[in-house]
Design a binder for this molecule. Structure first.
Ligand SMILES: NC(=O)c1ccc[n+]([C@@H]2O[C@H](COP(=O)([O-])OP(=O)(O)OC[C@H]3O[C@@H](n4cnc5c(N)ncnc54)[C@H](O)[C@@H]3O)[C@@H](O)[C@H]2O)c1
Length: 616
């Protein structure tokens, strides 16, 4: 892409060149958006058409919430048959002349003569390629400011506008065009590669190939085809895109299932030969379409189409807003080992909003005592450790699944060194690695996110310790900013022998004790920005069974107890933005602790036999 012709020109005046149905509809939208609009057409009679279209469009735009100037009226638009006058103040040009390459080339050249070099000239062309238009205009016309801005009819109503540049279009032109369309309420879609018909028209053309084939081969009537689409796929396509809908059609197996089961058969459904678009087919299609229209008045049908689209758009607006709020809201993921029912434990992963609402089970039937959970927010995956069906038979493992519980998969199988009894697990987001502790296995491990290339970073099995439990590695967190990973060794039960260590990510053999003589530290979390380490512990009161934190970037590291009266505290999830920690305990409690005020809220008191937790 050539060098950008950047500009900070504010777009206040828009020139519409060519005032057929597309030009007039654009004019209505720009007027409603409080822009000064001047319209040019070679045919003076289009002025009446323009004012009629704009008057009809304004109430529609109002019901869509797209009118920024409440007093806007059709007469506010200036109409002229003088091109130079139309362009004298233009900050942006939307060209809508007839769909002919030679005409667009000469029109662009002419337009360029009357506007400043940084004024973008966008064409509504349905299928011409921008490069071809640019090839027919001289360099002094500044082809880098030419771009396709292809709307869908009617532009004031249908949000889509396809933006694609040609070989000479600058990046700045693309960015400014996208921004402009977005600012006037459109949904611009940008694609880098030009193709005849762009994207949406190419899709329509593919559909019409099949329609014409069906009509030519007398498979059904045009009305049947219209009904099939309007009452079938068309309804769904008004809500979601075809590939997302295929994902839903694949049920639990989603789009992967569809890819392996439906894509090949689907290719045999295409018409195997092209329809021959001759006069006979044209007549047949026209007659069939008029039959489907069944004498209904053009204006009446247009009004009905527009009314229904307005309703749909308004519903979609609300739903998108709801979905966005839902997406923004954080979710807790909580592991329940179901330890109370050993040897018939049937654990689960539950998820809920951070206030406890919307609690639901995402993974069920977990017989292998799930313990630690980590969420990869970039990819919507969760990873968890299973301690195994018994703590002594080396049957631990690591699994992952989508956040909705689907696509569950073992990524580190039982028997692999490092998963004897895996405990807390975490993700190092920059290096895209998993880190976890293996309690009875007495190790700290790291692997790729798919469970491959497992490295044993720390092995405490042979260390001299006063008590075997002093060698048990439990909690883990990674500070990639400073290049450390931290882990806890809990020590004997209620023995005040707990310690927290750290080692360098790139030199794990060189380890340092950060804290000793702790009640019984379990899970860890770090606020990298503030070098603040958080941990839970299961030791004895008064300072045990608590939530703690300490700065780790200063020589004098002091433990601060943030919450007590927990009941075998284990799981920990830090929400740094909101200044809270979520904690679980084995007795089933889920708590929110404000790390500044130390206020502790009970979200659940007896949710299960809870171990790890994570925040998505
Ligand atoms: N109709 C659609 O559904 C649709 C949708 C999206 C994009 N488009 C594109 O928008 C453009 C316009 O389409 P339309 O359907 O409005 O066409 P149209 O035929 O209804 O209007 C074209 C207008 O251009 C005027 N015109 C002719 N020569 C001119 C010139 N030299 N200078 C200025 N004006 C001139 C005509 O008088 C007419 O008013 C085309 O490029 C088309 O591909 C059309």
């Amino acid at each position: 892409m050539p060098g950008a012709t950047s500009s900070d020109r504010e777009i206040k005046n828009v020139a519409i060149i060519g005032c057929g149905s597309i030009g007039a509809s654009w004019a209505a939208l720009f007027l409603a958006q409080n822009l000064a609009v001047t319209v040019y057409d070679i045919n003076p009679s289009t002025e009446t058409f323009l004012r009629t279209i704009v008057s009809t469009a304004l109430p529609t735009l109002k019901s869509l919430g797209l009118v920024k100037k409440s007093t806007a009226k059709a007469d506010d638009i200036a109409f002229t048959t003088d091109l130079q006058a139309a362009l004298s103040n233009a900050d942006f040009v939307q060209e809508n002349g007839p769909e002919r390459l030679d005409l667009k080339q000469s029109l662009f050249t002419e337009i360029a003569r009357h506007v400043a070099d940084d004024v973008i000239i966008a064409t509504s062309s349905s299928g011409l390629m921008c490069t071809n238009i640019q090839e027919g205009i001289p360099t002094e016309s500044k082809p880098e400011r030419c771009v396709i801005g292809h709307p869908f009819n009617p532009p004031h109503l249908i949000p889509l506008v396809e933006v694609v540049g040609g070989r000479f279009t600058s990046r700045s032109t693309i960015n400014r065009t996208l921004e402009f369309y977005k600012n006037v309420g459109k949904k611009p879609i940008y694609f880098q590669k030009e193709v005849p018909g762009h994207i949406a028209n190419r899709l329509q053309a593919a559909l019409f190939r099949e329609i014409l084939h069906i009509v030519q081969n007398n498979i059904c009537t045009v009305k049947d085809i219209d009904d099939a689409m309007a009452f079938g796929p068309g309804l769904r396509w008004g809500v979601m895109g075809p590939s997302t809908l295929m994902h839903l059609a694949g049920g639990e197996g989603g789009v992967e299932h569809m890819a392996s089961h439906l894509l090949h058969p689907m290719t045999t459904w295409w018409a195997q030969d092209h329809p021959v678009v001759d006069d006979e087919l044209k007549d047949k299609w026209v007659a069939g379409t008029l039959d489907a229209v069944n004498g209904r008045n053009y204006h009446e049908l247009t009004r009905r189409r527009d009314d229904e689209i307005v309703q749909l758009l308004n519903i979609r607006k609300e739903m998108v807003a709801d979905v966005e709020t839902e997406f923004e809201a954080k979710k807790l993921f909580i592991l329940d080992t179901d330890l109370s029912r050993l040897p018939n434990a049937c654990g689960r992963i539950q998820s809920c909003n951070t206030n406890g609402s919307g609690l639901h089970t995402v993974v069920d039937n977990m017989a292998a005592l799930p313990d630690g959970i980590a969420i990869d927010n970039d990819r919507d995956y969760m990873y968890w450790t299973n301690m195994g069906t018994s703590l002594s038979n080396n049957s631990g493992s690591i699994e992952r699944a989508r956040l909705d519980g689907t696509h569950r998969k073992v990524i580190v199988a039982s028997g692999t060194p490092g998963v004897h009894t895996p405990k807390q697990i975490t993700i190092a987001p920059l290096s895209r690695k998993l880190y976890w502790c293996d309690r009875e296995g007495m190790k700290v491990c790291r692997s790729n996110l798919d469970g491959t290339t497992i490295e044993i970073l720390v092995d405490t099995a042979s260390s001299e310790e006063p008590h075997p439990q002093c060698r048990w590695c439990v909690g883990i967190t990674v500070d990639e900013a400073r290049g450390f990973f931290y882990w806890s060794q809990k020590g004997a039960s209620k023995g005040k022998m707990g310690r927290i260590f750290r080692a360098r990510i790139d030199e794990p053999g060189d380890c340092e004790m950060v804290f000793g003589d702790l009640p019984e530290p379990i899970d860890l979390e770090i606020d990298e920005e503030n070098a603040m380490l958080y941990w839970t512990d299961r030791g004895d009161p008064p300072t045990g069974n608590s939530l703690n934190r300490a700065r780790v970037d200063i020589p004098k590291r002091e433990r601060e107890v943030l919450a007590t009266r927990l009941h075998e505290a284990i799981g920990l999830a830090l929400d740094k933005e909101n200044g809270v920690c979520y904690v679980t305990d084995l007795a089933g409690g889920v708590y929110e602790v404000n790390v500044e005020t130390r206020e502790k809220k009970v979200i659940f008191s007896e949710l299960g036999d809870l171990t790890g937790m994570a925040l998505a």
